[in-house]
Design a protein around this ligand. Structure first.
Ligand code: ADP
Length: 191
């Protein structure tokens, strides 16, 4: 299996690149943010809970997030592999993911991290907020909170994969196609 963690701060381009990667490598895309948003749309109990955190730019509690992710992985027992987008967002989630994959006799192949400056992120998110309808993209204070949460809680997850020799940083500013090619190059060297 090819299991990739696509990592990076909010607005780094994980969703855009995920779409291209799943098409090329025939992987299942698991975006925790997208799953939460579809639960909000469907007005599920999980959606209501998630919304109360997402609207503030905070992380949804680990327990529910991990349980949801596990159930999505279990739904795709015959997958070639996964792209994890927006997960893991802290060390507890990273450990849970390792344990889950181990129980399926597989593991994370690589973490690909999109590197984008904070000024560029803020610009992109506000622009996205204009037409995405995402409430968390429309308020500069919430955007700042998401970036702070990323810097304080999520960014250390890099070290977790780095220690396992699985971390690769990729320049996330430039043409979409150019960034995609850099990601593919990394995947193709280890595949
Ligand atoms: P972005 O990375 O652009 O902020 P996402 O769609 O990945 O967008 O996430 C949106 C929100 O969903 C996050 O701010 C957070 O509230 C929630 N969320 C997504 N993934 C997780 C996760 N792994 N753990 C906790 N909360 C999450």
């Amino acid at each position: 299996m090819l299991n990739i963690v696509l990592f990076g701060p909010p607005g780094a381009g994980k969703g855009t690149q995920s779409e291209k990667l799943i098409a090329k490598y025939k992987l299942i895309h698991l975006s925790t943010g997208d799953i939460f948003r579809s639960n909000i749309k469907g007005q599920t109990e999980l959606g209501t809970l998630a919304k109360s955190y997402m609207d503030k730019g905070e992380l949804v509690p680990n327990e529910v997030t991990i349980r949801m992710l596990e159930s999505e992985v279990n739904k795709n027992a015959n997958a070639n592999g996964f792209i994890f987008d927006g997960f893991p967002r802290n060390k507890v989630q990273a450990e849970a993911l390792d344990n889950l994959l181990k129980s399926k006799n597989t593991s994370i192949t690589l973490m690909l991290a999109l590197e984008v400056s904070e000024a560029e992120l803020k610009k992109r998110l506000l622009l996205r907020g204009k037409d995405s309808g995402r409430p968390d993209d429309q308020n500069p204070e919430i955007i700042q909170n998401r970036i702070d949460v990323y810097n304080n809680e999520t960014s250390p997850v890099k070290d977790y994969y780095s220690e396992q020799g699985k971390y690769k940083g990729i320049q996330g500013i430039g043409e979409i196609e150019e960034i995609f090619n850099s990601l593919c190059k990394e995947i193709d060297t280890i595949k």
